[in-house]
Design a protein around this ligand. Structure first.
Ligand code: ATP
Ligand code: MG
Length: 178
């Protein structure tokens, strides 16, 4: 095993729970190693997640920003252009951050949904990731990761649902879902 440090591309995808929270765990591990982590959350915005305050407690080494507004209507003409603009702005900021040299790790939470909903071109994302500075770790989350990105990634984990409380009618719980 080589010890040489290099930036990896990780993807957390699949229908089971744990994609975002696994990314948060990795981010925390990196911050603990003195690394600087930026997490941009695509589409999210209306809910206040506990991780927003948890990240803030780490100060400027762990910056977490919601880049959307939560409720996204998608599918053809249903897609609200305001949501598309917000995805485009989130991607512009993400790209800039990856190339800035300011961050050791950039997490693009729920970006796979934005791509899946055709709000963002997977080829554009792949191109930017291929050419990124070699030390930067990038994590992409969300169901239905695009094959182009899966191929490009170093580590891809597919969460499989064995069971989820939601199917028993149990609603989202504080500290577990948000
Ligand atoms: P988490 O943020 O808990 O790690 P996730 O990132 O894997 O979840 P998302 O697809 O981003 O999942 O969905 C976010 C919300 O949907 C979370 O509140 C999560 O608990 C819930 N969720 C995830 N998977 C399932 C499922 N299989 N059935 C019902 N709800 C789910
Ligand atoms: Mg998620």
């Amino acid at each position: 095993m080589s010890e040489s440090r290099r930036g990896l591309l990780l993807i957390n995808t699949g229908p089971g729970k744990g994609k975002t929270t696994a990314a948060l765990g990795t981010a925390m591990r990196a911050v603990g190693n003195g690394m600087r982590v930026l997490m941009l959350q695509f589409l999210k915005g209306s809910w206040h997640y506990g991780e927003l305050d948890a990240a803030a407690a780490f100060g400027e080494n762990f910056v977490l920003k919601q880049m959307g507004r939560g409720f996204v209507k998608v599918g053809g003409a249903e897609t609200d252009q305001e949501d598309v603009r917000m995805v485009e702005a989130a991607w512009a900021e993400a790209r800039e951050a990856i190339y800035s040299g300011e961050w050791d790790m950039v997490v693009l939470d729920e970006i796979n949904y934005a791509i899946n909903y055709k709000m963002l071109d997977p080829e554009v994302v792949a191109e930017a990731l291929r050419g990124r500075p070699e030390m930067v770790h990038v994590i992409l989350t969300g169901r239905n990761a695009h094959p182009l990105l899966v191929e490009l990634a170093d580590t891809v984990t597919e969460m499989r649902e064995v069971k989820h409380a939601y199917t028993k009618g149990i609603l989202a719980q504080r500290g577990i879902e948000y």
